[in-house]
Design a protein around this ligand. Structure first.
Ligand code: NDP
Length: 258
């Protein structure tokens, strides 16, 4: 069979025209970069963050830049808040084609020093949130017979990391969730994939301090931290090009596989 590229995909600029993308935790950091790159490729954007101020400001910034965007703030650990987010997004745009489960937190400590509270907060925000957000949205995608779900995992979920047993467990769980949703919804033209970032320059990693950051960077074959845009471009692939790719995990880590 000869390979074919549909006309609307020949130019990548408008690859997401007529698509609506909802990105959780998109008030800043990687989520904001993902939302921006998806908008630059034609998608209408639902910005959603627990922080109402950054959520509204990011949506406003995007509208000023000429994109179609709306702010639907939500706490991804709270079902009522998620329901409101989905309802407002549907009221505004009438469809949700792309979901990026990006919101996440860290509460690092060694196993023996880890409090149950910090264990649970990380599981709730990084793993259970994906279940709670994806459930109502996959219903919409099923009716549409179209959906692209991208979960932001972490290399820590694949390889583990000192001081992050809660985070590693949550992100590994997210990868298992990804593979299962992929199986259950492939026949409905819904793909579900994960992007596993390595060490990315955001507020989350800035909090580690210069000494720790430098010691990590020394180990990265590419010789630098990743940028939020590096992650956004991987998400763009799954959102707009990878029609036959589902249940997979793309590590975006500058070559650091430990
Ligand atoms: P940031 O801390 O910079 O941003 C996270 C965003 O998520 C913030 O806007 C935050 O809001 C929001 N958020 C936190 N909790 C909730 C919640 N309950 N409901 C809704 N939104 C929430 O993180 P990054 O941009 O660095 O990380 C984004 C994703 O990428 C996360 O899933 C993270 O685990 C993952 N990742 C990041 C890596 C890195 O090196 N930076 C490496 C591997 C994975 P607020 O402003 O209120 O805090």
């Amino acid at each position: 069979m000869t390979a074919s590229v549909s006309p609307e995909k020949e130019g990548l600029k408008n690859i997401l025209a007529d698509r609506v993308a909802l990105v959780t935790g998109s008030g800043r950091g990687i989520g904001k970069a993902i939302a921006t790159v998806l908008a630059q490729h034609g998608a209408k954007i639902v910005i959603s963050d627990i922080n109402v101020e950054t959520s509204d400001a990011t949506a406003e910034e995007m509208v000023k830049a000429g994109f179609q965007a709306v702010s639907c703030p939500a706490n991804v650990t709270n079902t009522e808040s998620i329901d409101k987010m989905v309802e407002s997004a549907m009221e505004k745009f009438g469809q949700i084609d792309i979901l990026v489960n990006n919101a996440g937190i860290t509460r690092d400590n060694l196993l023996l020093k880890m409090s149950e509270e910090h264990w649970q907060a990380v599981i709730d925000t990084n793993l259970t949130s994906a279940f709670k957000v994806t459930q109502p949205i996959v219903k919409i995608m099923s009716k549409q017979r179209y959906g692209r779900i991208i979960n932001i995992a972490s290399t820590t979920g694949v390889h583990g990391n000192f001081g992050q047993c809660n985070y590693a467990a949550a992100k590994a769980g997210l990868i298992g969730f990804t593979k299962t949703v992929a199986l259950e919804y492939a026949k409905r033209n819904i793909t579900c994939n994960a992007v596993a970032p390595g060490f990315i320059d955001t507020d989350m990693t800035k909090a580690l301090g210069e000494k720790i950051i430098n010691s990590f960077v020394e180990k990265i074959p590419a010789g630098r931290m990743g940028t939020p845009d590096d992650i956004a471009r991987a998400v763009l692939f799954f959102a707009g090009l990878g029609d036959y790719v589902t249940g997979t995990v793309m590590e975006v880590n500058g070559g650091l596989y430990t």
